[in-house]
Design a binder for this molecule. Sequence first.
Ligand code: GLC
Ligand code: CA
Length: 542
Amino acid sequence: MKWWQSAVVYHIYPRSFQDSNGDGIGDIPGIISRLDYLEQLGITAIWLGPVYQSPNDDNGYDISDYRAIHPDFGTMADMEKLIDEANKRNIKLIMDLVVNHTSDEHEWFKDAKQNKDNPYRDYYIWRDPVNGGPPNDLRSTFSGSAWAFDEQTGQYYLHLFSKKQPDLNWENEKVRHEVYDMMNFWLDKGIGGFRMDVIDLIGKVPDEGITANGPKLHEYLKEMHEQTFKGRDVMTVGETWGATPETAKLYSHPDRNELSMVFQFEHITLDEQPNQSKWDLKTLEIKDLKEVLSKWQEELKGDGWNSLFWNNHDTPRIVSRWGNDLKYRVESAKSFAILLHLMKGTPYIYQGEEIGMTNRHITSIDEVDDIESRNMYAERLAEGYSKEDILHSINVKGRDNARTPVQWDDSEQAGFTSGTPWLPVQPNKNDINVKEALENKESIFYTYKALVRMRKDNPIVVWGEYKQLLPDHPTLFAYKRLYKGEEWVVVANMSEKELNGISLDSAKEVENIMISNYNRDDIDLNNLFLKPYETVAVKLKG
Ligand code: GLC
Ligand code: CA
C-alpha cells in the first residue's frame, strides 16, 4: 500500500489562489498563509501549478528556467519554506513538470536558434521547409500550424502548443538527462512527486503525424523512473488526454515502474461532438457518464490506479457545466462530490470546488486572458463563425472559467488581493466564499471535508471492489462498493426531476447513512424516492 492510494490531492492554480503583496497575482507566501485552511480540509497533498521562471505566454506552462521561481510567485527561499511548512502539516507538495516543451526564452532554445550547428540545436525539433511551407499539416492545440518558421536558420521548429512553447526533442539523450537532473534537483528538496504536463506527447514522431502515445513513450517513462523516482516514496500523475483503460494500465501497473496514475479525460469530453474540437458542444447524456466512469473503475482494478476528478485549471467547473449553479448549486455540488469521492482511485479537488465556485461569464473577447480561447476566437472568426457562437463555446468550455481568483470572503476583492486581480473576482463572491462556507455547517465545504475523512477512516473507500447498479437508468447513477464482507451503496439522482419508486433489489437492509446532501435519516433501497440531485451513500447490514 502506498500513501497516495488513500490520499486526496488539492490542486492549486498559483496565480489565482492567494495574493500576499497586492500585485494582483497569487503567490507562494499567499499559499503558505492558507495552509491551515487546507489542513482543516484534511487533504494529503497539493498539486501546485507551475511557479517556475516563465514569460507567461501560457501562464507558466512555458518555462524559461526550471530551477528558478518566477518573481511574481516569490523566491526559492519561499518555495523551500512552502515545502517545509506543508510537510510540517503532513501535506506533500506535488510540482508540475512541464517537459514536453520549454519556453522559447529558455537558454537552450535561445542557443538552439543561433545556427544549425549549435550544440543545443538538437534539443528541439527542426525540419526543412517542404514546397516552401511547413513540413506537414500537424496542428497546434492552440490553433494554426504546429510548425513555426525561423527566419535566421531557414528551418521550422515544432510547437504542439503556442509558438513560444517549442517542443523538446526526447530522442536526444542529453535532453532526457537534463530533465532527470532537474527532477532530482526538486525531489532532493523534499517534494512529494510530480504532475506531468501532457506527458503522453513526449514520444511523438512528428514526421509520421504521431503526437500522443508514440512508440518510445513507455521506454522513456521507465528510464525516467529508473533515474529519478526509484527508491523514493513519491507519487506521479501523468496528464494523458488520449488514455484508454488499456494504455492507463501500461502507465500505472505497479510492476511496470512508470507512473503512479494518469489523468484520463474520457468523461470530460462526453459533452463534445465526437472527432471535433472541445469547442463543438453536445448535451451530456448521464448514461454515457455512468458507462465511462464505471468502465474505468472496473477495468483498472488490480492492474493500475485511477485518478478521480471533475475539473481542473483547463476545464470548466463541474457545478456550472453538468450541475446547476443557480437553483441547485449546493445540492448538485455536493452530489458530484459524493459520487466521485466514494469511487476507487485518488480524488483531486480543484481550488474553489470545495465551496462551489462557478464558471465565469463573459460578453466580449476583450475580457479573455487565456491564449487557447483567444487564438481559437481569431481562427473561428476568420473561418466565418459568428461572434455569439464562439463566445458561447468560450463561456461553456474556456479555461478562464476555472481561473478566477479564489473567493475567500465578501470584501471588495474577495480577500484574494488588496490590489487589482489579474482576472476579475466573480460577482457572486458575496454569497460564495470560504468565510461563509466555514461558518455554515451545511456548506459544500463540510461535505468535502467529511469525504476526505471518510477515505482515511474506511478501507472500503480505498480498496473496495466497484459494481455499477442499474446501468440502463437514464439519470440515476448507482453503484456498490464491496470489501471484506462490507458493502456500501451510493445512489445519485443526476437530474432536476424527482425520482420515484425505483428498486435496487437489495437483499440487505441499510445499516447506516454515511453521507447525504439533503440530511436524510432513512432510505429504502427497494423503493427509492430522490429529490433533485439528491445523493446518498449507505452502509448495508452484514
Ligand atoms: C497542459 C496544461 C495546460 C497547458 C498545456 C501546455 O494541458 O494543463 O494548462 O496549457 O498543457 O503546457
Ligand atoms: Ca502577488
